[in-house]
Design a protein around this ligand. Structure first.
Ligand code: KIV
Ligand code: ZN
Length: 508
């Protein structure tokens, strides 16, 4: 049997896509979930790009024990050293070096000859190897590179110590047959190829990323790079959940392949990512979209009732798709609550558990049924709050089809003063935001606003994800949760405002 390693790059290639940026605490929560999912390697970021990325990689490296932690860098000593500085606390660190090998990248982007790039690649891997045992080399735009030059670079970096060589379809240009041929070509032409793992990294510009990754696996690749929900640059990367389930569902075709992914963790991982970024998958997304297991047509419903396998090639349970399990209610005690949170993978100290338990009781009074997703939301709403500068004491809305929408807000300011103000607006949310603007003396522009229901049902908690530009600075994203979506909106806005103040920004 061949074991396929899953290299997850949600926190690097995924996070680099517009709208998907994450705070360090959110990245850590996702990394812990990726570890529970069973990925072999977590690419935690690109440490040389910013102090924030460096810190995130360093902190993820400190908490993840089973998966390898990779950090990406370009082929120069300074970036490699910075990457190593971020990674060195990891149980299993991996330096991931990238340089392009296609003519178009060499001529127009790097402005270097083939020999120069070959030398840079070898020097980079040689240096990285003095720091770290596990070095991956990526030949960016491999698919549009001259195959013989590509093989020459791969052979040289393996000699220099690369233990994984990655063949990216950086621009999502290939088709399965062509990619399969390229992998077979590399296997036949590179004499030392057996000393390294062959990895592939496919983008989805023409919708072929998963198909191309699977073709490469069939041709002998033993590592796939992918992201949760297929997020990533432009049209995204190959979706982890689709590759995993294809390997599982079509064991008849992939009969020599095994992998370590725990498929029942797939849905939770997908939901966690959506909840962190505020971006849901499209409803018809394979495996994790909300319609992935629903049957609308009468003929299909009839068939599924007679035998689920008439229209279901995998069970919802196999990917952890919830049957909306009710776990807790207002009579549940502290023990049931802490046990469930721990089972869900949340590790909190006793004081934080106590505070959350009090919040859970308030929620359970409002909602008869408290689902796993509600518990997750309770935890995320805490991690979403930076140091509290402005605190909501009270909010009241008045609106209707013949009313001018009005909101009254009472806020405690950073100096401890409690200020009440009211405003009208285009709607109740706008009215509340305007009242907060007046109290805080910080102008704002709402760039993005999205409401999701955390669970099904009329009494579901609302999750509001928004991005606000304060005093014309860059947008700040935050989330807020409540069984009342208007209150959730105000909480999200105040969380964003507190983040703005925490960054040292001043009122005008
Ligand atoms: O798409 C790409 O080529 C990459 C490399 C860094 C592997 O993301
Ligand atoms: Zn990529």
């Amino acid at each position: 049997m061949r074991q396929i390693k899953f290299f997850d790059t949600t926190l690097r290639d995924g996070e680099q896509a517009p709208g998907f940026s994450m705070k360090t605490d959110e990245k850590i929560a996702l990394a812990l979930q990726l570890e529970r999912l069973g990925v072999d390697i977590i690419e935690a970021g690109f440490p040389a790009t910013s102090p924030g990325d460096f810190e995130a990689v360093e902190r993820i490296a400190a908490v993840i024990k089973n998966a390898s932690i990779a950090g990406l860098c370009r082929a120069n000593k300074a970036e490699i050293q910075t990457t190593w500085n971020a990674l060195k606390g990891a149980a299993k660190p991996r330096i991931h070096i990238v340089i392009a090998t296609s003519d178009i990248h060499l001529e127009t982007k790097l402005k270097k000859s083939k020999d120069e790039v070959l030398r840079m690649a070898v020097d980079a891997v040689t240096f990285a190897k003095t720091l770290c045992d596990d070095v991956e080399f990526s030949a960016e735009d491999a698919i549009r590179s001259n195959p013989d030059y590509l093989c020459q670079v791969i052979e040289a970096v393996i000699d220099a110590g690369a233990s994984t060589v990655n063949v990216p379809d950086t621009v999502g240009y290939t088709i399965p047959a062509e990619f399969e041929t390229l992998i077979l070509y590399i296997r036949s032409k590179v004499p030392n190829i057996e000393r390294a793992n062959i990895s592939v990294h496919c983008h989805n510009d023409l919708g072929m990323a998963v198909a191309n990754s699977l073709a490469a696996i069939r041709a002998g690749a033993n590592q796939v790079e992918c992201t949760v929900n297929g997020i990533g640059e432009r049209a995204g990367n190959a979706a982890l959940e689709e590759i995993v389930m294809m390997l599982n569902v079509r064991k008849d075709i992939f009969n020599d392949i095994i992998c370590k992914i725990k498929t029942e963790e797939i849905y939770r991982t997908s939901k966690l990512l959506s909840s962190i970024t505020g971006i849901e998958c499209q409803p018809n997304k394979a495996i994790v979209g909300k319609n992935a297991f629903s049957h609308e047509s009468g003929i299909h419903q009839d068939g599924v009732l007679k035998n689920p396998f008439t229209y279901e090639i995998m069970t919802p349970a196999s990917v952890g798709f919830p049957g909306n399990k009710i776990v807790l209610g207002k009579h549940s005690g502290r023990n049931a609550f802490t046990t469930r949170l721990t089972d869900l993978g949340h590790t909190l100290d006793t004081a934080a558990m106590e505070e959350l338990f009090a919040e859970f009781k308030i929620l359970a009074d409002k909602k008869k049924e408290v689902h796993d997703e509600d518990l997750d939301a309770l935890v995320y709403s805490r991690s979403n709050v930076d140091k509290v500068h402005f605190e909501l004491e009270y909010v009241c809305f008045s609106s209707g089809n013949k009313h001018v929408p009005t909101a009254t807000v009472v806020l405690k300011t950073p100096s401890g003063e409690v200020i009440t103000d009211a405003s009208t607006g285009d709607g109740p949310v706008d009215a509340a935001f305007r009242a907060i603007e007046r109290i805080s003396n910080v102008n704002s522009r709402l760039l993005k606003y999205k409401i999701n229901a955390v669970t099904a049902g009329k009494d579901a908690q609302g999750e509001v994800a928004l991005t606000v530009s304060f005093n014309e600075t860059d947008g700040i994203s935050a989330r807020g949760y409540s069984t009342d979506v208007l209150v959730a909106s105000v909480k999200a806005y105040i969380n964003a405002l507190n983040r703005y103040v925490a960054r040292g920004m001043k009122s005008k």
